[in-house]
Design a protein around this ligand. Structure first.
Ligand SMILES: *[C@@H]1O[C@H](CO)[C@@H](O)[C@H](O)[C@H]1NC(C)=O
Ligand SMILES: *[C@@H]1O[C@H](CO)[C@@H](O)[C@H](O)[C@H]1NC(C)=O
Ligand SMILES: *[C@@H]1O[C@H](CO)[C@@H](O)[C@H](O)[C@H]1NC(C)=O
Ligand SMILES: *[C@@H]1O[C@H](CO)[C@@H](O)[C@H](O)[C@H]1NC(C)=O
Ligand SMILES: *[C@@H]1O[C@H](CO)[C@@H](O)[C@H](O)[C@H]1NC(C)=O
Ligand SMILES: *[C@@H]1O[C@H](CO)[C@@H](O)[C@H](O)[C@H]1NC(C)=O
Ligand SMILES: *[C@@H]1O[C@H](CO)[C@@H](O)[C@H](O)[C@H]1NC(C)=O
Length: 493
């Protein structure tokens, strides 16, 4: 197969009108990526945009027709007409299809009279794909145009529009089933436990992120880099803490040459929006009313699954976790209130629904609080003896922390009342185990410090927790004790 491959490369370099060149279309089954387009920004390295197979999605790559009004052309007919492979490449089907055609074009003995192989000519503007199954957004004709337009929209558009389509960015290689919000890859080995039993912080001391050598510096995220890389003008720490703050840190998610941004970690006290943007941790704690909230993630990841407490404006949490910004939206999960009462929807779900109505000021179409007092309705419907309700959903912030509101005491801008500690937690030198669900007193630290596990590890409420020194899951006792940060201060875990 060497000959067709060489042909491909010659074809690529002779193509001039820039139709969409799609690669990796011929994968047979299990594959980590397929249908890739390479985008080369003017001033940067090429970026590949690929699809990944999701879940148990079937991988049927064999069709007999072309989609989107693509023209089906049999190889043997093309040969009869002496169509050159260079032409076929411009039909935006895929590099592999053009390649396959080239192999028979240069060797007629590889094809016989009843051969039914074909290639699609994607004639409709902006369509491409092995079967012309894709179409560029923004009525773009070139892939690069579509990419630029999407980032342009991200810069200039209303950020709430990000909630109307798409999915929350997820790192799927490490499932964290205790949380409704999937992990961002940046959550792994970042010194803050998100998953049950700290599975996202497991074995991290075996990475480079351990004690630094004498001629090394420790980045704010724990990574070690050689001393001479500090302030050398390039970002060497993944959190970029080896260079002075630059505007680029906050703007990089909005430009198509976002490669650096893909690798950008957030510094300790910030929350990662999943796309390279970082926001202040208190903004992530969107339910808190202790300190003033700052700007959300552009993609609203900090609010997802708890949209009702959005501090800047109300919104409604969809089943996907995204935030619906349209007042009076009719959520198909909830019928009118009298039907909800009659239905077999659980008490828990009814209470959650009512409470979300309260927090969002009756945002959803069927919210009943306008006619009746939701406080009274909740007292009637929700049988909790202490009159407390869990919000946001358990595990959203962290698997160890549960936040509860007292639903009898509603005021205009409701703050949470209690934070509870649950489960086990990896600490330096021991694992802590909660004996029972217990109230945490250090609430302010928790709201302001993303790595609040370190606060919880020191929790004074000794009646609550048991320190398990022999646990194999503890963090090493002297971990990071001898490393210095860039400004030669001890590295505070
Ligand atoms: C797998 O497919 C089944 C049946 O189509 C579906 O019910 C299930 O939700 C799918 N699972 C995932 C993880 O997508
Ligand atoms: C054409 O293909 C046939 C069958 O695979 C092979 O034997 C022959 O060497 C090929 N000819 C050329 C010129 O590559
Ligand atoms: C979490 O840790 C506790 C205590 O060590 C253990 O009983 C439990 O099975 C663990 N859960 C998971 C999901 O690993
Ligand atoms: C609840 O009601 C729906 C339809 O009204 C029904 O399909 C479902 O099986 C019921 N669930 C239970 C647990 O009774
Ligand atoms: C709602 O009910 C609570 C508890 O009965 C009461 O204190 C409050 O004044 C009521 N609010 C309104 C607006 O009726
Ligand atoms: C909730 O608030 C009510 C008064 O509004 C109070 O009587 C009750 O004790 C509170 N519950 C808890 C657990 O603090
Ligand atoms: C390591 O650091 C911790 C926390 O700063 C401190 O309590 C401990 O004494 C240190 N251990 C050594 C051996 O220096």
């Amino acid at each position: 197969m060497l000959t067709p491959l060489l042909v491909t490369f010659t074809l690529i370099f002779t193509i001039t009108d820039g139709r969409v060149l799609l690669y990796n279309t011929d994968k047979k089954e299990a594959t980590d990526k397929f249908d890739c387009v390479y985008y080369v920004p003017n001033d940067g390295e090429e970026i590949s945009y690929c699809r990944r197979p999701g879940g148990n999605q079937s991988y049927n790559r064999h069709k007999n027709e072309c989609d989107n009004h693509g023209e089906k052309r049999l190889f043997r007919h093309l040969l009869n007409e002496e169509i050159h492979p260079n032409i076929v490449l411009k039909w935006s089907s895929s590099v592999e299809m053009a390649d396959l055609y080239a192999s028979v074009f240069y060797n007629y003995s590889l094809i016989d009279d009843d051969d039914d192989r074909f290639v699609c000519n994607c004639i409709k503007s902006g369509t491409f794909g092995k079967y012309c199954e894709y179409q560029l957004t923004h009525e773009a004709k070139l892939f690069s145009e579509a990419v630029t337009a999407q980032f342009e929209q991200k810069r200039t558009g209303d950020s709430w529009d990000t909630q109307r389509y798409g999915k929350i960015i997820c790192y799927e290689a490490l499932p964290c089933p205790s949380s409704p919000l999937c992990l961002d890859w940046r959550d792994i080995c970042d010194g803050a436990q998100e998953c049950l039993n700290g599975t996202d912080e497991e074995n991290c001391d075996k990475l480079e992120f351990n004690e630094c050598e004498n001629d090394e510096y420790r980045c704010t995220n724990g990574m070690c880099i050689p001393e001479e890389f500090w302030l050398d003008g390039d970002h060497d720490c993944m959190d970029w803490s080896d260079e002075y703050y630059s505007e680029h840190e906050q703007t990089c998610p909005f430009y198509p040459r976002a490669m650096e941004c893909d690798e950008h970690l957030c510094v300790n006290y910030m929350y990662s929006c999943g796309d390279g943007e970082c926001v202040y941790w208190e903004t992530r704690m969107a339910f808190q009313r202790v300190v003033e909230a700052r700007d959300d993630c552009f993609n609203k990841r900090n609010l997802n699954h708890m949209c009702e407490v959005s501090p800047h404006r109300s919104a409604w949490t969809l089943e996907s976790g995204l935030c619906c910004p349209d007042k009076d939206y009719d959520d198909p999960r909830y019928p009118a209130w009298n039907q909800i009462i009659a239905s077999n929807i659980s008490e828990y779900d009814k209470c959650q629904y009512l409470f979300r109505c309260v927090l969002s000021k009756n945002f959803e179409h069927n919210c009943p609080c306008n006619e009746r007092n939701c406080t009274e309705m909740m007292i009637h419907e929700c049988q909790d003896s202490e009159r407390l309700i869990v919000y946001p959903p358990q595990g959203l912030i962290n698997s160890n922390v549960i936040v509860k509101y007292n639903y009898t005491s509603f005021t205009g801008n409701l703050n949470f009342q209690y934070v509870y500690l649950s489960g086990s937690l990896k600490c330096r030198g021991y694992l802590i185990w909660t004996k029972a669900l217990g109230v945490v007193d250090e609430v302010d630290e928790l709201i302001l410090d993303r790595r609040f596990n370190h606060v919880l590890c020191e929790t004074k409420s000794s009646g609550l927790v048991y320190r398990y020194f022999e646990s194999p899951h503890k963090n090493h006792q002297f971990c990071w004790n001898y490393s210095l940060t860039f400004n030669r201060r001890p590295y505070a875990v």
